[in-house]
Design a protein around this ligand. Structure first.
Ligand code: AMP
Ligand code: SF4
Length: 457
């Protein structure tokens, strides 16, 4: 999973500090590296990238002092390619025909096929990211105007891409025809922004214009916004339902609804689907299950308590993974409040079970602290299939709900009961038509034409 942000000032105002701030607000979408690219008034492309969190990877003061009216940025959580700096984005390329920089959120499922095809014709790839395939596809069409070559390259892609691009001196936003990853446009005074999530628009003081539509390319320059369609028909949409469940920030707005509202609705559905009438209290796994737990409490009439505390300073870079630390596991991050749960029947809500480790360790801790019963409620359907579109999930064999049925998993994690919502509940809570939503990690229904590694250019 990654986050992208871009800004273009029509009056020449400098925008790089805004891009830095945008990335800061999108930090939850990727912590492995951060980078920015910008074009100066002479048309020269520049970029800066670093590993780790935004404030460590980039120097805010340095960026604030750079004069550019067109810039993009990226935060990375490695899915395709490794976490090394060569795979950090934005990717940039300069040729006699001009410069291009690309920041990409999502995974292409036919990137290998494109790569094989182009390598057989002499292309040399510099990174292991699937994003580089887009640059090479453009370079493969030197006879076309560059914007046409870009749109034509997108037509050949399968999978997920929400892009912020600098093409010559324009900012370009593009979203795959399936609408898998979010992408939204905003404005403040003379500046147009593109962002993975609206929470970053809030930070820079921009108001929402609208979302980039699935299959739309928007070119932003001094004249304003110009919309182009990617010429590709798809049978159904694939807006990622897991963005609502776990990934996006609760203050972000998709399709006119905050993610917070959807998470609370998921919790309400969960309470209807899997009540626990004689429990004493409901709590949420912080922070991922907190909002759904509030929805659960609202419908069930049970008191909601913040009975598990999260150390908000936990970050992977800050603590050495010694054996002692590995043994402590989830205890480093989360701690139940003993007085609140002792001798109680506790409902604990989380958004998902992936490998099952967090859940198992939390139940053991809650029981250790004297709870009478622990009932686990999950505000999404069981995760049974890997994601190929940019969310880092383990292989099928490692997914707890793929290896076991719910009863077996209940025993494995040590819960007194375990229950999930259904796919229909999930789609209802999101409020989009089922034909527009991706539920592949729950159902195995992937996009058409997936996992191909052959291609015709
Ligand atoms: P696990 O311990 O593997 O079962 O992980 C479950 C926890 O990880 C839940 O509390 C989720 O909130 C969180 N989670 C779910 N999906 C992801 C993901 N793709 N990356 C990181 N954490 C996740
Ligand atoms: Fe999102 Fe799951 Fe679809 Fe991946 S498979 S895009 S995580 S809904």
């Amino acid at each position: 999973m990654c986050g992208v942000f871009g800004a273009f000032a029509k009056n020449g105002q400098s925008v790089l500090e805004d891009v830095y701030l945008g990335l800061y607000a999108l930090q939850h979408r990727g912590q492995e590296s951060a980078g920015v690219a910008w074009i100066n008034s002479r048309g020269t492309m520049h970029s800066l990238k670093g590993t780790g969190l935004v404030h460590l990877a980039l120097n805010q003061q340095q960026l604030a002092s750079i004069d550019t009216n067109c810039a993009i940025g990226h935060v990375r959580y490695s899915t395709a390619g490794g976490s090394e700096l060569t795979n950090a984005q934005p990717l940039t390329a300069t040729s006699s025909r001009g410069s291009v920089a690309i920041a990409h959120n999502g995974n292409l499922t036919n990137a290998e096929g494109i790569k094989n095809y182009l390598e057989n014709r002499g292309a040399i790839f510099q990174s292991r990211t699937d994003t580089e395939a887009i640059l090479h596809l453009m370079a493969h069409q030197p006879h076309k105007p560059r914007l046409d070559a870009f749109v034509d390259s997108l037509r050949r892609l399968i999978g997920a891409y929400s892009l912020a691009v600098i093409l010559d001196s324009r900012l370009v936003a593009a979203r795959d025809p399936w609408g898998n990853r979010p992408l939204i446009l905003g404005e403040r005074d003379n500046i147009i922004y593109v962002s993975s999530e609206s929470c970053a628009l809030d930070l820079v003081g921009a108001s929402i214009i609208r979302e980039v539509e699935p299959g739309e390319v928007i070119v932003i320059d001094e004249k304003g916004l110009h919309s182009i369609r990617i010429p590709k028909d798809v049978k159904k949409g694939f807006a990622c339902s897991f963005e609502y469940v776990y990934f996006a920030r609760p203050d972000s707005i998709f399709n006119g609804k905050t993610v917070y509202e959807v998470r609370k609705a998921l919790g309400r559905k969960l309470a209807e689907r899997a009540p626990c009438p004689d429990a004493d209290l409901v709590t949420g796994m912080p922070d991922s299950g907190t909002i759904a737990a509030m929805g659960y409490a609202e419908v069930s009439g049970l008191p909601y308590e913040k009975a598990v505390v999260r150390n908000r300073y936990v970050g992977r870079t800050f603590i050495e993974p010694t054996q002692r630390v590995r043994d402590l596991g989830v205890r480093i991050k989360l701690n139940p409040i003993m007085n609140m749960i002792k001798d109680k029947k506790v409902v604990i809500v989380d958004d998902s079970i992936v490998r099952g480790t967090t859940c198992q360790r939390m139940i053991a801790m809650i029981k250790d602290y004297g709870a009478k019963e622990v009932h686990v409620r999950i505000s999404s359907p069981p995760v049974r299939f890997p994601c190929y579109y940019g969310i880092d999930t383990p292989t099928r064999e490692e997914l707890a709900a793929a290896r076991m049925n719910i009863k077996q998993l209940e025993i494995q994690v040590g819960a007194d009961s375990l229950a999930y919502i259904t796919e229909e509940d999930l789609i209802d809570a999101i409020g989009l038509p089922a034909r527009d939503v991706c539920t592949a990690c729950f159902t195995g229904n992937y996009m058409e034409g997936d996992h191909t590694d052959e291609m015709e250019l």
